[in-house]
Write a protein that binds this ligand. Structure first.
Ligand code: AMP
Ligand code: ZN
Length: 114
């Protein structure tokens, strides 16, 4: 989609520090990390928010979660664990309107979030 920064990373129009890629999913380091590990996982297809996920996307979303735990293992988060979060719309704090999941790890994260 035009003017979507994450679509541009998918299309390699702007650079991303990619940690994983297949035909459906891309994962890359967040440009402004808030934890020692901060990777973003996105579907390659442009889905703006959780509300735009359709029944046809359920396999894709499941696949993305499987990829998340594989990446977490590769980045040495297997023992201590990690957090996988997604911000949805204004109150969720969503800034980029291309569905994404933050994979956070490498430090003890607080709960509840602010
Ligand atoms: P959210 O608030 O959930 O929409 O988070 C968007 C995330 O995208 C933020 O953590 C940003 O630091 C990150 N971000 C924005 N632009 C880029 C970029 N070009 N490359 C990597 N991460 C980015
Ligand atoms: Zn997009």
């Amino acid at each position: 989609m035009q003017d979507c920064i994450f679509c541009k990373i998918v299309q390699k129009e702007i650079p991303g520090k990619v940690v994983y890629e297949d035909d459906q999913v891309l994962a890359f380091h967040d440009i402004n990390p808030v934890a020692p590990v901060h990777v973003l996982l996105i579907p390659k297809q442009h889905i703006p928010t959780h509300f735009d996920i359709t029944a046809e996307d359920t396999k894709l979303i499941g696949h993305l979660h499987l990829v998340a735990s594989r990446i977490a293992e590769q980045l040495d988060l297997g023992e201590k664990g990690f957090r996988l979060v997604s911000n949805c719309k204004e109150y969720g704090g969503q800034l980029v309107f291309h569905l994404h999941f933050h994979l956070l790890g490498g430090r003890h994260l607080k709960w509840p979030p602010g």
